[in-house]
Design a binder for this molecule. Structure first.
Ligand SMILES: [Zn+2]
Ligand SMILES: [Zn+2]
Length: 277
């Protein structure tokens, strides 16, 4: 018998755990995909900047802070203190990048954001020319990701946000990610529902629709369907549906810890934001 059945006696609790496991194994399958696409995206941006500015290959910049490349005032970032100085730009003001790279990277990130509002506060502009994850962080939700330093450290919601917010990902999807309802909005909804499931209870019907939505994402024909990681995840989801997936105690524990960590981080970061604003 699978261990989640021993740990959770109530059927609807078992469904909650199934959804959590389904999200966890989908997230694991998405990690290399998101990493590969963002690395390619950063590489494309870097090459186009070198070309535009006639710079030599290999040139990078470590001199700029995020404050240096964001103009003041920028909506949602700049906050004015009583003496009319901006809290965000208090120590570093806006200027042109001395290496002629970072301002163009800001443009590149901005024009590829689906909703026009990159999460600048998550990111360190001084690393944009060398570290693709710092670029990815601009597409994470604005709150709750201050301390997320790798693709693996991000939670499911974070990875889905990167895919949805960065328009470059459309190159890898058949489904229209600009549509109000698409494969990504549907799975994002699952994460929300799960976080708000009263008493950790999920009905059979909800579990089935969650599993279907996860599989729809993982089987998008353009790229996902042919990827080995996503194929494995779909196999595991099918087994989870049929109650034949072998799940270790460690995996169950990891899922529970991840859920607790996500909630803890959201609470901590909402406190940090309250203090900062
Ligand atoms: Zn400012
Ligand atoms: Zn710079």
């Amino acid at each position: 018998m699978s261990s989640y059945k021993r740990l959770f006696d109530e059927k609807n609790n078992q469904n909650w755990l199934k959804v959590s496991l389904g999200i966890s194994l989908t997230k694991t399958a998405l990690e290399p995909f998101v990493a590969n696409v963002i690395e390619q995206f950063q590489n494309d941006g870097y090459k186009s900047i070198l070309q535009k500015k006639c710079l030599l290959p290999g040139v990078s910049c470590r001199l700029c802070s995020t404050q240096n490349v964001i103009q003041c005032p920028t909506q949602g970032i700049c906050k004015y203190l009583r003496n009319r100085t901006c809290k965000f730009h208090q120590n570093h003001t806006y200027r042109q990048c001395p290496s002629k790279i970072c301002n163009d990277f800001r443009e590149w990130i901005q024009i590829h954001h689906r909703f026009g509002g990159p999460s600048w506060r998550n990111s360190d502009a001084g690393r944009w020319s060398t570290d693709w994850w710092e670029i990815a962080k601009c597409y994470l939700p604005p709150d709750g990701y201050f301390g997320v330093h790798t693709v693996e450290m991000s939670d499911f919601n974070g990875l889905i946000s990167v895919i949805m917010n960065c328009k470059y990902f459309q190159n890898y999807f058949t489904d229209n990610l600009a549509a109000d309802s698409n494969v990504c909005t549907k799975v994002r909804e699952i994460g929300r529902k799960l976080r708000h499931a009263p008493g950790l209870l999920v009905t059979d019907e909800d579990w089935k629709s969650c599993s279907d939505a996860l599989k729809d994402l993982l089987q998008d024909p353009k790229y996902m369907k042919g990827d080995n990681h996503t194929k494995d995840a779909v196999d595991q989801l099918n087994k989870l549906e049929q109650d034949t997936l072998k799940v270790s105690d460690e995996e169950v524990l990891k899922v529970l810890q991840d859920s607790a960590e996500t909630l803890k981080r959201l609470i901590e970061d909402s406190n940090i934001i309250k203090e900062k604003t």
